[in-house]
Design a protein around this ligand. Structure first.
Ligand SMILES: Nc1ncnc2c1ncn2[C@@H]1O[C@H](COP(=O)(O)OP(=O)(O)OP(=O)(O)O)[C@@H](O)[C@H]1O
Length: 242
């Protein structure tokens, strides 16, 4: 689904990612961990194709195609989707209208998914205008449920969300990446940034990666990596360098 080869990315003239290699197969969901400022969001935004993230060398392949120079909107059309860590407020654009444009006017999907995410009463509000932290996350998941990307990237989906809504968001994300299907029937893939690992209670991630100072320092079982970080800190995880 996604293959990244020796990716170097600079932001504002400063190199933030120093040679990332990552391979996510069809049907796999990976989690990305690492200290604040290590480059996790930069990696997701570079994969999605945001401007301001200059790929100075390396390649991004998506579904077998080199998308390194493809604009963001074409990557989205080709099957990539992303949940923002801090999405912008879009004054003058109603959430319902955005969902309608994304779904091609599929009223029944909008009705079904907005009820599922407890967002039906938000459809006539401007996108994210005055939404609480948890409501913003539910709105982001709702937009992804409508978009149904083949590969979804989620930037800290559980941060600022209460326990009941973590369950709602967690189960919905699990369905987005087809974790409710038998492994041989799974096609969709995901990459999820998490600090707490709560999301792992709702979907069994296939692999974890620890990013530090713009380099992936460790690959492995996500729960094992989290345990080392929780018990011994990031430095021990880096020192171990499995
Ligand atoms: N537009 C920018 N201008 C200057 N520096 C930037 C910009 N965007 C990112 N950076 C820097 O790049 C580094 C990586 O940031 P990034 O947001 O990717 O980290 P992160 O691992 O997602 O952190 P967190 O866990 O705190 O969300 C940080 O030092 C950040 O200040």
């Amino acid at each position: 689904m996604l293959k990244i080869e020796d990716l170097h990315v600079s932001v504002e003239g400063k190199e933030v990612l120093h040679g990332i290699n990552l391979h996510i197969r069809e049907g796999e969901t990976h989690v990305l961990m690492g200290p604040n400022g290590s480059g996790k969001t930069t990696l997701l935004r570079s994969i999605m194709g945001f401007s301001g993230y200059e790929i100075t060398s390396g390649k991004i392949f998506f579904k077998g195609r080199d998308v390194t120079d493809l604009p963001l909107n074409e990557r989205a059309r080709f099957g990539m989707g992303m949940m923002f860590q801090r999405p912008p407020t879009i004054s003058g654009l109603k959430l319902g209208k955005l969902l309608s444009a994304t779904s091609g006017g599929d009223v029944s999907s909008i009705g079904r998914y907005s009820s599922q995410m407890n967002m039906a009463s938000f459809l006539d509000r401007d996108v994210n205008a005055g939404f609480s932290g948890g409501e913003i996350k539910r709105s982001e998941v709702l937009q992804l449920l409508i978009q149904q990307p083949d590969f979804v990237m989620l930037d800290e989906p559980e941060s600022g969300v209460d326990l009941e809504n973590i369950a709602l968001i967690g189960h919905s994300i699990a369905r987005l990446v087809e974790k409710d299907r038998h492994i041989i029937d799974r096609y969709k893939s995901g990459l999820i940034i998490t600090h707490t690992g709560y999301i792992l209670d709702y979907l069994d991630a296939d692999a974890g990666h620890m990013l530090c100072d713009g380099e992936i320092k460790c690959h492995g079982n996500p729960r094992e990596i989290l345990k080392v970080i929780q018990e011994k800190g990031y430095q021990e995880c880096i020192r171990c360098q499995k």
